[in-house]
Every structure is written in structure tokens, then in C-alpha cells.
Write a protein that binds this ligand. Structure first.
Ligand SMILES: C[S@@+](CC[C@H](N)C(=O)[O-])C[C@H]1O[C@@H](n2cnc3c(N)ncnc32)[C@H](O)[C@@H]1O
Length: 214
């Protein structure tokens, strides 16, 4: 019997989305992650996250915030492009931060990256002023009201800074997701700079780029 890889990958994608995304990583996901996680991540996430980092285009001196960094794959791709810039990556899951720190040990040692267990809403960072903030598949931006998260981002993003929200879901088109991301900005004064759709291994990934309120 032949099992086509795309089918395995979409099953993995569903697991990753429904179980990790919906909050603290469940015991079930942790138990299958060692067997499925690395394979899926290597085969799929690099392209999705690679595209996200291409769009983000980190410059060598920029200060960048990643929200919901998961295993720290995108964080590593960002740090590879920094020289005297810096990345702070947060995730509310201690297990994810531990994995991200391990994966990016060299960047942490060089002072280029810092990983913190933290929830975005109410995040306090002494004197941080980021050029760019980004989130990939962080559900609060696509599925609920992110008013508190946006208020926190406004405090930490430079006035000329930009917020990049990347999201994809198996059951929704990129156009639908873009509408949802945009409506999440609500009346908070954030402006839409660009709406992008990436075709990554046959899947559509939406990206909304927003500028902070004046
Ligand atoms: C589906 S995973 C995506 C991980 C990574 N960005 C990627 O695309 O591979 C979402 C991650 O965001 C984290 N997360 C969700 N909401 C968050 C919040 N409000 N603050 C910080 N982390 C959050 C979750 O713990 C999880 O690790």
C-alpha cells in the first residue's frame, strides 16, 4: 500500500494546529511529538516558516519580537540574519521555550536571542522597542479578540515598527483568514500595510502586515 506524503503531512498539520495551537501543549501531543514532530517539522514547517522569515526580511541590526515561537525554528532563521540585532521570542508554554532554547543554543550564547516563557497580553519588557514583531499560527489573532495583545504590542513596537501576522488553517482559505486577522485589529487604530498570501507546498498561508496606531 502506498501512502502519499502529502496525506501524512496534512494529518500532522491537523494535529499540530488543533492540539498545540489550542493552548498549552497537551500530554497527547507531547507523547506523539517525538515520533511525528521532527519529521513533520523538517518536511513542512521549514517552508512555511522560511516563507514567513522571507516576508519579515530581518535586517542585521533590527530588534525583533516573536510571539508564540513554539520550537524556535523561525527564531533560528531570523537570528541567522542578525549581526548586532536581537530577537526576543516568547511562548506561554515552558516546554516550547525549553525546546526553542535548546535548538538555538548558539544564538542564545552569542546574546542574539533570548527566549522567555510569557503570555503576550500584559508582557513587560524593560525598555524594549522593537522594529518588527511577528507571530506564526498564534490563534488569538485569528480566532478571538486580541485587544489586550495589541495593546501590549503597541507599547513595545517602535512607531515606525510593523506587526506581521502569519496564519493558515486546513479548513479556511487565506482570504477568509486575512479577513479574520483584519477584523481582529478592530477599532484599535492599527492600520493595514499589506495583505499577502504565500503558496507553500500546496497550502495557502496568509500574512497581514500592520502598523501601530499613531
Ligand atoms: C501552533 S503553535 C505555532 C508555533 C510556531 N509559531 C510555528 O508556527 O511553528 C502556537 C504557539 O503559540 C503559543 N501561544 C499561543 N498563544 C500565545 C500567547 N497569547 N502568548 C504567548 N504564546 C502563545 C503556543 O504555546 C504555541 O507554542
Amino acid at each position: 500500500m502506498t501512502i502519499r506524503m502529502p496525506n501524512l503531512l496534512s494529518i500532522y498539520k491537523w494535529f499540530q494546529f488543533e492540539i498545540i495551537e489550542c493552548g498549552r501543549t497537551s500530554g497527547f501531543m507531547l507523547s506523539i511529538a517525538p515520533r511525528m514532530g521532527r519529521l513533520g517539522e523538517m518536511a513542512m514547517a521549514h517552508d512555511r516558516l522560511g516563507w514567513a522569515v522571507e516576508v519579515l526580511s530581518p535586517r542585521q541590526s533590527e530588534h525583533i519580537l516573536e510571539i508564540g515561537c513554539g520550537h524556535g525554528v523561525a527564531a533560528g532563521l531570523v537570528c541567522d540574519r542578525l549581526v548586532d540585532g536581537r530577537l526576543i521570542a516568547i511562548d506561554r508554554s515552558a516546554a516550547m521555550i525549553e525546546a526553542a532554547r535548546r535548538r538555538n543554543a548558539d544564538h542564545v550564547a552569542s546574546g542574539r536571542a533570548e527566549f522567555r516563557v510569557a503570555e503576550l497580553a500584559g508582557l513587560e519588557l524593560a525598555s524594549a522597542c522593537f522594529d518588527k514583531a511577528f507571530a506564526v499560527r498564534v490563534g488569538v489573532f485569528a480566532r478571538s479578540d486580541p485587544a489586550s495583545e495589541l495593546a501590549t504590542l503597541r507599547q513595545h513596537l517602535s512607531p515606525a515598527g510593523r506587526l506581521f501576522l502569519f496564519h493558515d488553517e486546513p479548513s479556511r482559505s487565506a482570504a477568509e483568514i486575512l479577513l479574520r486577522l483584519e477584523s481582529g485589529l478592530g477599532s484599535s487604530g492599527w492600520g493595514v500595510e499589506a495583505r499577502l498570501v504565500g503558496a507553500v507546498e500546496g497550502c495557502e498561508v496568509a500574512c497581514l502586515i500592520a502598523r501601530p496606531p499613531d
